[in-house]
Design a protein around this ligand. Sequence first.
Ligand code: SF4
Ligand code: MG
Length: 290
Amino acid sequence: GLRLVPKADGKQTLKDFKSDQEVRWCPGCGDYAILAAVQSFLPELGIRRENIVFVSGIGCSSRFPYYMNTYGIHSIHGRAPAIATGLAASRPDLSVWVVTGDGDALSIGGNHLIHALRRNINLKILLFNNRIYGLTKGQYSPTSEIGKITKSTPMGSVDRPFNPISLAIGAEASFVARTIDSDRKHLQSVLRAAAEHRGTALVEIYQNCPIFNDNAFDRLKEPGTRDDITLRLEHGEPIVSATKAVRRAANGSLEVVDRASVPEEEILVHDVRNPDPSVAFALSRLDEPA
Ligand code: SF4
Ligand code: MG
């Protein structure tokens, strides 16, 4: 099997994280941009590739570990969070990442996901949300909008979609974020914040599927559609705590600041009551000691 050998000089670059496998997503798939963002951001963490593991389930996104020159497991449908939990619990020295999709994480693996979130083991879960089942050719998924016409819902789907952010907050996740494949800078700033977080981080990444759900996130390309929206919980309580908030620093990264020191409009978030929130957001559970 694969055995990764530490580089003699210890210096890693983007190239060190690319495997020799041919990348086989459809042309134009948003997964390419996410893969490139992850591969180019990982060297800055300074974690040796032999101490990094990507665990996936089943779906288009779950091909991800093949393309990373790290350790990886292409596991069972929906079960990546469970396998990654075992790995991270027994090997706290490893950096453990889960790559999953909206079907894998929220339908087949919904139960594993919420328990991974509440256990708060040191895992980073990247949920590629294209709001469709891509690998099995375009059935509606748990995040497809009401009325979605697909081969499995020819009259339009009648189910309300999950909002993965609300779900994660409801499961008491300690870090919740949303970002999008087409905004590399934001995507990498969120990945950075997730990597720095101790505990389970859920990062939802809106991902375009040009074959079965093209342009689902197009309106988010408009300037200003993802900024300056206040994150609030269901009952109108701000998700930011009384004393802490998260905002985007001048260099684009996210920072936790004293709430009193930032104007309300600079606090990063979105309204989780909106079933199709436009905001990319991230924040730590701020009531826990660091
Ligand atoms: Fe990407 Fe969609 Fe093709 Fe899957 S079916 S590889 S999500 S474009
Ligand atoms: Mg999907």
